[in-house]
Design a binder for this molecule. Structure first.
Ligand code: ATP
Ligand code: LTN
Length: 329
């Protein structure tokens, strides 16, 4: 039986953090053998807010390198950079002509991001979810593994697909979001009311995948907790619950096991052990990242192969779309 197709994307807005890893990338790695996968560094999404070109260039390569270092492999997955495959922009334009403005006005990420922005808000930021729909639908993806914050965008993508199919015939597969039951929303260390984010200004809020053990220790030490004594999972205590959830995801231990283990101990014991667990979990990834980027040209070759494979599928799909629209015989 043919494997189902998975598509997911990641921005190059800055260094990747533990939220990206636990909410998205680690799941991509775990499930990659079961599916045909496309993993895309979405650089065209990244420029929906202003970026410094030199920094962007470095970030794109870092994100791509980290995907391979985390264990995404070429045998099961196509890893590529979005702007190298022109079908993404082409299909986004076509979807612009199918998508009502009202659908985009409802997007909570746009509301949040446009409020945060000091300069004027670009049309691109408003249109961001349409480009995301193009990413997914170009590859006939069945599943889209993402963190919780992306649920609404994947639903919009389904709506766009459905509307197109209704008007022009069955062209697109309707995809489903795949959100992990635990880890879909890793919270910030300093502000555990908000998700850990690349574009958060205070760099102590996130643990980055390339942080050293000392940096990791210092950030965890500063993490916000509360004045209560007991160390347990409790929705009303977001700080300690976030630390315990990270511990849970990285050790694979059950919640009761973890609570028993920390029973009668204080926060500094939890923070010390968590520092150890996070540092040790990231070590192999950091080593592979160094090996991979030390070898000159290696990453570029893999990305060129990825773009070629993705480009073939994208071209086939664009041709089909053009035919259905009446743009071609
Ligand atoms: P930004 O904060 O700049 O918007 P981001 O950190 O949200 O960036 P993205 O590239 O937009 O990162 O997201 C990549 C993937 O990581 C997505 O699937 C997203 O849902 C997931 N993700 C991002 N932040 C978290 C988080 N805190 N917890 C779980 N998953 C997350
Ligand atoms: N908006 C996503 C990134 C993204 C994406 C995609 C995710 C762009 N295109 C397609 C899944 C499928 C985010 O994580 N902020």
């Amino acid at each position: 039986m043919a494997k189902k197709t998975v598509f997911s994307g990641i921005q190059a807005t800055g260094s990747l953090h533990l939220g990206n890893y636990l909410g998205a990338i680690s799941n991509w790695v775990k499930m990659q053998e079961e599916y045909d996968n496309y993993f895309c560094v979405v650089d065209l999404h990244t420029i929906t807010v202003p970026q410094d070109p030199e920094i962007l260039k470095a970030n794109i390569r870092e994100v791509a390198g980290l995907l391979f270092a985390a264990g995404i492999d070429e045998k099961n997955s196509v890893v590529f950079i979005q702007s190298y495959v022109k079908g993404h922009s082409e299909l986004a334009w076509i979807f612009n002509c199918v998508t009502p403005m009202g659908w985009l006005h409802r997007m909570t990420q746009f509301k949040e991001k446009s409020e945060k922005q000091k300069d004027e808000v670009s049309v691109g930021l408003f249109d961001y979810p349409v480009l995301q729909a193009a990413d997914i639908l170009l590859y006939d993806a069945h599943l889209v593994p993402v963190g919780e914050d992306q649920k609404q965008h994947v639903e919009l993508c389904r709506d766009i697909a459905q509307r197109f199919n209704y008007r022009y015939g069955e062209v697109f597969v309707l995809p489903d979001a795949l959100i992990p039951p635990v880890g879909g929303r890793v919270m910030g260390l300093l502000n555990p009311e908000k998700k850990m984010s690349k574009s958060e200004e205070n760099l102590n809020d996130a643990i980055f995948l390339l942080d050293t053990p000392d940096e990791i220790g210092a950030k965890i030490k500063r993490a916000t907790t509360d004045s209560q004594r007991e160390i347990c999972f409790d929705q009303n205590r977001p700080g300690v619950t976030n630390l315990l959830t990270i511990y849970e995801l990285l050790t694979g231990k059950s919640r009761t096991e973890i609570e028993d283990h920390f029973s009668g101990k204080n926060y500094s014991v939890l923070k010390g052990e968590l520092t150890e667990v996070v540092s040790e979990s990231l070590r192999p990834l950091q080593e592979r990242y160094r090996e991979l980027t030390d070898e000159k040209g290696y990453l570029d070759e893999m990305l060129a192969r990825g773009a070629e494979k993705a480009g073939e599928q994208a071209e086939r799909k664009i041709r089909q779309v053009h035919e259905h629209l009446g743009l071609r015989k």
